[in-house]
Design a protein around this ligand. Sequence first.
Ligand code: SF4
Length: 337
Amino acid sequence: MGAVETAKLIGPRATTSLVSRASPLASTLQQLATLKQLPIPDFKAPLKPAGIDIFQINVGKLCNMTCRHCHVDAGPDRTEEMMSRETVDQCLAALDRTAAGVVDITGGAPELNPHFRYLVDQCVARGKHVMDRCNLTVLLTGPCRDLPGWFAERGVEVVCSLPHYRKRNTDLQRGDGTFEKSIEALTRLNAVGYGKSDPRLRLTLMHNPVGAFLAGDRASMEKEWKAGLKANHGVSFDALIALNNMPISRFLEWLEISGNLLAYMELLVNAYNPATVAGLMCRNMHIMRMAAPRIFATSTRRSFSPARSSPRATASAAPPALAAPAVARLPRACLGG
Ligand code: SF4
């Protein structure tokens, strides 16, 4: 890592949730207002929807960590936003109205939701490919220690966030000791067969930059990470995803505090690559998440709310299929990178 990148690491350290600090940026509207006041041109070209291939369910904001860059302001204090069993069942009913073959379960740390295993089992029973968005360290917490083997029995794909394959970069963003715990979790996943090119036991790592810059070339990073993690820690994985940080929530807070906000937004705009739109996340995804007292869907023209549906209507009539996403109004930064 160069001196410039190292200097940028001074700010984004593990923190506490915006909600717990009663920060104005805990409000989505305040985040939008903050971005709107920047002298950055808006993208006029609308994104066109694709079909619904992936059904993503966010089961809550509870997490065992409080990473500085967190886009959903998750943390140990976020116990209120927890998807109930009733809502999980409503999500499953909604899933049955789509042809999506993949269910992508996220949070917070989704494994901490008490209905997580029920949800996974229900999706597997429906023949869906299930992806768990895992922060790795949660696999060392009491109720989750058996999850590697439990996942393997069901063929769940584990997509694990790990900011960097080096300790310093990971611990700066996620807190001291995170890297060692992550390596321990990866070792346990490897021990039950994950990360060894078995298509049924796929282990994907996800990198995001630790600072106000964009991710490097994914393919060359994947090579470097595979070699580094194998040589230094004896662990293996199947594929690397490289994500850029969204200028929202806690990462937006850090960008503001560190004086990097405008430069980062300009970086995103200048790096816009139209060729990435075809593979852009969310164009082929139906997203369901908690927004008490009801769940709601994004990425669709027609919002769907099972909580508001009449149980009789749901049970007696063939429900309409969920619409494919309409013009997705994603934050401008989604277009970058
Ligand atoms: S592990 Fe993920 S969900 Fe939890 S605080 Fe970190 S970024 Fe947020």
